[in-house]
Design a protein around this ligand. Structure first.
Ligand code: SF4
Length: 67
């Protein structure tokens, strides 16, 4: 099975300005906002994720890994 991006919820700062969802070329990352300054941790759709690894490089918290 091909590798996919996974978010470590313990490391994620749940920023509504998450760069991970902006850079994903596959549109695999979604995030529920709870207001201007609050959001849930992003979710990665395993069916859409291609495992490209771009999101690993932009997460300031190092919360994304490929496994
Ligand atoms: S590994 Fe690539 S396709 Fe998968 S969530 Fe990250 S940026 Fe998107």
């Amino acid at each position: 099975m091909s590798k996919k991006a996974v978010i470590n919820i313990k490391k994620c700062d749940q920023s509504p300005f998450c760069p991970v969802k902006r850079v994903c070329p596959a549109g695999a990352v979604t995030q529920n906002k709870k207001g201007f300054f609050r959001a849930d941790a992003p979710k990665i759709d395993k069916d859409k994720c291609t495992g490209c690894g771009i999101c690993l490089k932009v997460c300031p918290m190092g919360a994304v890994k490929i496994s």
